[in-house]
Design a protein around this ligand. Structure first.
Ligand code: HEC
Length: 151
């Protein structure tokens, strides 16, 4: 059941690794690219451990609650750093972020709604519901990345 999820996470982890090796620094004042990238890295730090627990059967309701609360607290942080004229190296964003703002906004709202559902599932303490809701959040990451993040 969690097979597709695994593939996706491997891709996300690879993206994280790539950043480590030899990309240009963000030298602009305020470092908007670096700030949004850091915000996404923080999001994945709250998100990925839950996937590991679900896949490995090491589900810990208390930890899932903590990570979900963290994810909710972090879910709004990248977006304010996508200002006009911030499409420059080392960004991995595609130009569509700026040319299709309505679609980008829609993907963002879908992600936020999916995290609301995850929180509700976590509060229900129904592990199967959490699994389904987790996958839906993961699908929302992938759906946005498909158009708006370069691979
Ligand atoms: C609405 C669109 C959108 C959603 C939803 C979204 N992302 Fe992203 N993500 C992006 C964009 C755009 C970038 C590229 C940012 C840049 O490099 O300027 C990115 C970058 C990243 C990065 C790379 C950061 C780096 O530079 O190393 C990670 C990791 C990441 N996202 C994880 C996630 C995870 C996990 C989720 C879901 C829980 C998620 N994203 C949801 C658009 C999105």
């Amino acid at each position: 059941m969690f097979q597709p999820l695994r593939t996706g996470l491997v891709i996300l982890s690879a993206a994280t690794l790539l950043t480590a090796c030899g990309e240009p620094e963000d030298t602009r004042p305020g470092q908007p690219v670096k700030q949004r990238q850091t915000a996404f890295k923080d999001i994945i730090k709250s998100f990925e451990p839950m996937g590991v627990m679900l896949r490995k059967g090491t589900y810990d309701a208390e930890r899932v609650e903590k990570f979900t609360a963290e994810l909710i607290a972090r879910r709004d942080l990248p977006w304010g750093h996508f200002g006009p004229d911030t499409n420059y190296p080392p960004t991995k964003a595609t130009p569509e972020v700026w040319s299709k703002p309505a679609e980008f906004e829609q993907e963002k709202q879908a992600f936020i709604a999916a995290t609301d559902k995850l929180q509700a599932a976590v509060q229900s303490k129904d592990k199967a519901q959490v699994g389904t809701a987790y996958e839906a959040v993961h699908d929302s990451c992938k759906s946005c990345h498909k158009q708006f993040k370069a691979r």
